[in-house]
Design a protein around this ligand. Structure first.
Ligand SMILES: C[S@@+](CC[C@H](N)C(=O)[O-])C[C@H]1O[C@@H](n2cnc3c(N)ncnc32)[C@H](O)[C@@H]1O
Length: 386
């Protein structure tokens, strides 16, 4: 994958951050969620969005722009080659999904508002993302220097639970708890792994000093108050225990141009940037330096930041990076609609047909083999003092 930096202490020069190193060229995509086999009937569709778009940034092209847009890229490949308590018991409201443009989403519970679907199409994309992240770390599930005899582990916003299950397999003596707002985790899991419904935006119900390791990955666009989130993570971590948080920004960059502002890729990040404000949950946790700042403010020490330029596509020459990039591209191509429908429609006010036309242009640009795209991925971990 692009240029990977070695893990470095928090005081390392910011120039190592890919976002700082390269001018924003393109846009990127966030990751995501899906329902159990016996999902109850979904609620009636709620129409996306308002009548008119809400975007304020004058450099965001109007949705109608994409109707006549021709990016001149030939279609070619398949895309593959390249204070209420936070813990709730399973109740009918949690199992009642809402449907938007034919896709199911977790119903609003507590302070959670899911922007990504929880259906099979999207959970598959989440699992591919897990695979790509693991490839990117050369098979590692995490970077924090946790003890071999780690006892209690919490995975916040666990999604399909795939990370928690892999971790539970690797550490059979550890008790692993994965939490999410939607019950999309399998029931056949290692005996040391369990899942609970839990809204991470609420006060956490776990007792103080409870976990040896708190893991978080891919919660961009989901957390309304990151400082509070980190305060809770610090509170429930045992003294001497670790917290680790992997994130990505919803923006694409390019090593060699091609992701200019007025291209479909270029507009992706701009729309997600503005949607961050409108939605009240940032899709740019790296640019906003959420992980490092909040971890420091909460009281964690020995904080280490690792920035990675995650490739999108099979353009890297290194075979490992090529495989990683191929899967990161597949994360997106497997469910572009799932990544944008809610945010662009319900938050930004685009009409369904405008989203479809835009995505058609984006798909074509993504098939241009000359553009070497990547997105920022940051891993931060820190220790709670003894
Ligand atoms: C992009 S997925 C990441 C899943 C998993 N962490 C991974 O990396 O494979 C984000 C997950 O966060 C969950 N989520 C969203 N808002 C949440 C909240 N307020 N509390 C807990 N989980 C939440 C979503 O339901 C979804 O499963």
């Amino acid at each position: 994958m692009g240029d990977k930096d070695d893990a470095k202490p928090v005081a390392a020069p910011p120039a190592e951050s890919p976002a700082a190193a390269s001018p924003p060229a393109a846009v990127a995509a966030p990751p995501v969620e899906s329902p159990p086999a016996a999902a109850p009937p979904a609620e009636e569709s709620k129409s996306p969005a308002a009548e008119e778009t809400t975007q304020q940034d004058p450099s965001i092209l109007p949705a109608s722009h994409w109707e006549d847009f021709d990016n001149g890229v030939d279609d070619g490949d398949s895309g593959f080659n390249d204070s209420v308590s936070s813990t709730a018991s399973l109740s009918s409201s949690i199992l009642r999904y809402r449907t938007i443009l034919g896709r199911t989403y977790a119903s609003e519970i507590g302070q959670a508002e899911a922007w990504a679907p929880n259906d099979d199409i999207h959970t598959e994309s989440m699992d591919i993302h897990h695979h790509a992240c693991t490839l990117m770390l050369k098979g590692q599930l995490f970077l924090a220097p946790i003890k071999d005899d780690v006892q209690k582990v919490l995975d916040v916003g666990t999604g399909t639970g795939i990370w928690a299950i892999d971790f539970g397999d690797m550490y059979p003596n550890a008790q692993v708890i994965g939490t999410d707002i939607t019950p999309i985790q399998p029931s056949w899991v290692p005996p040391n792994v369990q899942f609970q419904i839990d809204d991470a935006n609420m006060d956490w119900t776990w007792p103080d000093n409870n976990f040896d390791y708190v893991h978080v990955r891919g919660l961009l666009g989901n957390i309304s108050d990151w400082k509070k989130f980190y305060r809770e993570a610090y509170r429930v971590t045992k003294p001497g225990g670790w917290m680790e948080h992997q994130e990505e920004d919803a923006v694409w960059y390019s090593h060699n141009g091609g992701v200019e502002e007025n291209t479909p890729m270029g507009q992706w990040g701009k729309v997600f940037r503005e949607a961050s404000t409108a939605f009240g949950r940032t899709f740019f946790p790296i640019t906003d330096d959420i992980q490092r700042q909040c971890m420091e403010e909460a009281g964690f020490v020995d904080i280490t930041v690792k920035d990675i330029q995650a490739p999108i596509g099979d353009w890297p020459e290194d075979p490992d990076d090529k495989e990683t990039g191929t899967f990161f591209k597949l994360v997106l191509t497997s469910d572009l609609e799932g990544y944008v429908n809610f945010v662009w429609g319900n938050v930004m006010g685009w009409k369904p047909e405008e989203i479809k036309v835009y995505l058609a242009h984006l798909r074509r640009q993504m098939k241009d083999p000359s553009i070497r795209t990547w997105y920022p991925h940051r891993i931060v971990y820190g220790r709670k003092p003894e």
